[in-house]
Every structure is written in structure tokens, then in C-alpha cells.
Ligand binder design. Sequence first.
Ligand SMILES: NC(=O)C1=CN([C@@H]2O[C@H](COP(=O)(O)OP(=O)(O)OC[C@H]3O[C@@H](n4cnc5c(N)ncnc54)[C@H](O)[C@@H]3O)[C@@H](O)[C@H]2O)C=CC1
Ligand SMILES: CC(C)=CCC[C@@H](C)[C@H]1CC[C@H]2C3=C(CC[C@]12C)[C@@]1(C)CCC(=O)C[C@@H]1CC3
Length: 345
Amino acid sequence: MATRVRPSNKRCAVIGGSGFLGRHLVETLVDRGYSVSVFDIRQSYELPGLTFHLGDLCDEQALLPALKNASLVFHCASPAPASDDRELFERVNIQGTRTVIQACLEAGVQKLVLTSSASVVFEGKDIKNGQEDLPYAGKPIDYYTETKIEQEKLVLQACDREKDFLTVAIRPHGIFGPRDPQLVPILVDTARRGKMKFIIGDGTNLVDFTFVENVVHGHILAAENLRPNSPICGKPYHITNDEPVRFWDFMSEVLVALGYAAPRFHLPYILVYGLALLLWLLSMILRPVLSFKPTFTPMRVALAGTHHYYSCDRAKQDLGYKPVVSLKEGIQRTVQSYPHLRKGA
Ligand SMILES: NC(=O)C1=CN([C@@H]2O[C@H](COP(=O)(O)OP(=O)(O)OC[C@H]3O[C@@H](n4cnc5c(N)ncnc54)[C@H](O)[C@@H]3O)[C@@H](O)[C@H]2O)C=CC1
Ligand SMILES: CC(C)=CCC[C@@H](C)[C@H]1CC[C@H]2C3=C(CC[C@]12C)[C@@]1(C)CCC(=O)C[C@@H]1CC3
């Protein structure tokens, strides 16, 4: 009879480990003595002792070698929200996540931690101190959100104590930090093109921005607390900095620290949202003949002009979560890591 090697509980795999969050997670896991294998469609760095497996997560045969002997898998791969490619999101976030679950079951993985998103409940309307029991967005604003909802449902529903397969979802919001390819680069690009002069709405809307190391901390706590008798099985958890801040204050602080002017003039939210919707419709209609990606998408305008901050009381209670880096320190460390994005650089 073939003997099944019992996976070590310090052996894990990170799907999407070449990405912004994935790489920070991998580095922390290695520091904490985990043996890590990375699965991604690209390799963005090297680290001693780390095994890289290149492949598409939609391909189970490519995934299986990366999951071999791992008791724990983190799934933090997704196409970038800016791609706005419906087919790609459906293939990777929905079909691909089914494949990840199937591969985990086949490889004897015991725990799966998904990086979901707090945006799964966001429909463009204010959310103040939102709890995890808010319903999923009935009318998600973009395909990214639509497929993140389905992805989270798939992973949480797959939690099965009988099969010795436990799952949990982490819902971060507005991740920022060194090497982030999205937040600071988009902001600086917008400023360099002279488009960061306006505040959408009255500028008082509160939002969560979460330093990447806090998100990593939340993921590892979830993994280490995921046991058959624990209350966290099959549940989602908000992970934020627990310091909601005005969206426009945060943007201004980063801009000014990098040498750019803070936005000053106000535009009515409804007007900008309407324009963004029109532009988006136009880009859809013209897609067969002309491809252009508007900076001001309805989702971005909604994120910039509404309240969206979340309670992480559930994570504090069930996971013992507490942010490890304050917003102030997170902003300082982030700004210092982008010398090439300073004005004049
Ligand atoms: N950045 C943010 O503010 C937030 C991110 N999230 C979630 O966190 C996760 C990580 O996001 P980031 O690190 O910001 O993104 P990222 O784009 O830096 O990393 C995603 C990684 O997934 C990989 N990937 C994409 N498609 C793949 C495929 N078919 N097969 C294998 N690998 C594939 C990419 O190559 C990339 O390395 C995602 O699931 C995202 O939805 C959730 C909330 C906020
Ligand atoms: C809180 C949260 C979920 C942030 C996610 C990151 C991005 C969605 C934002 C990072 C930079 C932001 C930004 C805008 C929208 C949202 C971001 C892309 C604008 C395009 C909004 C309209 C403007 O006036 C310019 C902004 C540039 C930066």
C-alpha cells in the first residue's frame, strides 16, 4: 500500500506569490521558518531556499507539483482590476479558483486561505464601519468585484471538516506599501498628467487604506488559527489598518511627500460619476475599433467619492488581530520606497 507523506504544517504554497501582496507574504513566511513554494504565471524575484513553479492556476496539472506536501495554501492571485477584462476575470477568479480547490483536495492540502476583498460588498454607496454580515453587492460596479464575490463564495463553501479541508477568506481594503504597482503609481501618473487638481465631492469621505504588512499579518493569523474546531472555518474577515482616513487627505499626504501639489478644487460627485459612466460606455461601444482605458472609471470615482470603511472587530476577536504598523508609519515607509516617483526624478 502506498504511504501518504503527511505534510509538515510549516510547509505552504503561495499562489500569486510574485505579486505585490504575495511577495510580502512569502518574505514574512520565510522569516518565520515556513518552507514556501511559490506558484505564479511570472517570476518577479529570487530568494534563497524558495521554490518557484511557473504556470497558470487554471491548469491543475501545473498546480499540483507546487502543492505537493503542502498542508497550507494561500491563494492571492488575480488579474489586476485595471485590466477590466471580463473573460479574463471569469477564467482566473472563478474557473481558476475551482481548479485551485480541486488541486488542494487532490494534493491533500488541509487549509486554504483566500485573499478576497472588502469590495465584495461595495456597490458605490456609503459603507461606514461595515461588518462581515453585509450582503454581497447585488449590483457590483465592475467585473473584478463581480468575480471576487463568486471566488469568495466558492472558497468558503468548500470548507469541509469531514474532508479535513478548512478554508477562510481575508478581505483587505486599499492595500498600500513598498512595491505596490497600483495605488502610488496611479496617483503619481495622474498628477504628472496634470489631472490631480480636483477633489471629487466635499472631500470628507472616510476610507480604509491598509499597510501591506498588516494584511500579511492577518493572513498568517488566519492560517494559524484555522483548526477543525475553530469558529473561523468558512468565514470572511476584514483586515484593515483600523484607522479610517479621509480619502483625499491620504492622497494629498502621499502627493505632497513626493513633491506634488495636493488637489484643491471641488467637483460634484454625481457629475464626475456620470461622466465616468459615459466614458466607460463609450469605451465599450468603441472597443471593436478603438481601444482606450479611461483613468476615471465608475469604480474609481465611487472609491474616491464615497465612504467605505470596515470594522475589523471580528478579526480582533477570533484571530487576535491588531495592526502591527500604523497608518503614519506605513505612509512614511511607502513614500521612502518610491524615490523614482518623486517630482523631478
Ligand atoms: N491591492 C489591493 O488594494 C487589494 C488587493 N486585493 C486582492 O489581493 C490579491 C493580491 O493583489 P495584489 O498583490 O495587489 O495584485 P498583484 O497583481 O500584484 O498580484 C497578483 C499576482 O497574481 C498572479 N496571477 C494573475 N493571474 C494568474 C494566473 N492565471 N495564474 C497564476 N498567477 C496569476 C500575477 O502574476 C501576480 O503576480 C488579489 O487577489 C486581489 O484581488 C484585495 C483587496 C485590495
Ligand atoms: C481605498 C481603495 C480601495 C483604494 C484602492 C486603490 C485604487 C482603486 C485607488 C488608488 C489611487 C486612486 C486614484 C483614483 C481612484 C482610486 C485609485 C485608483 C483617482 C483616479 C480618482 C479620481 C481622481 O481624481 C484621480 C484619482 C487618482 C488616484
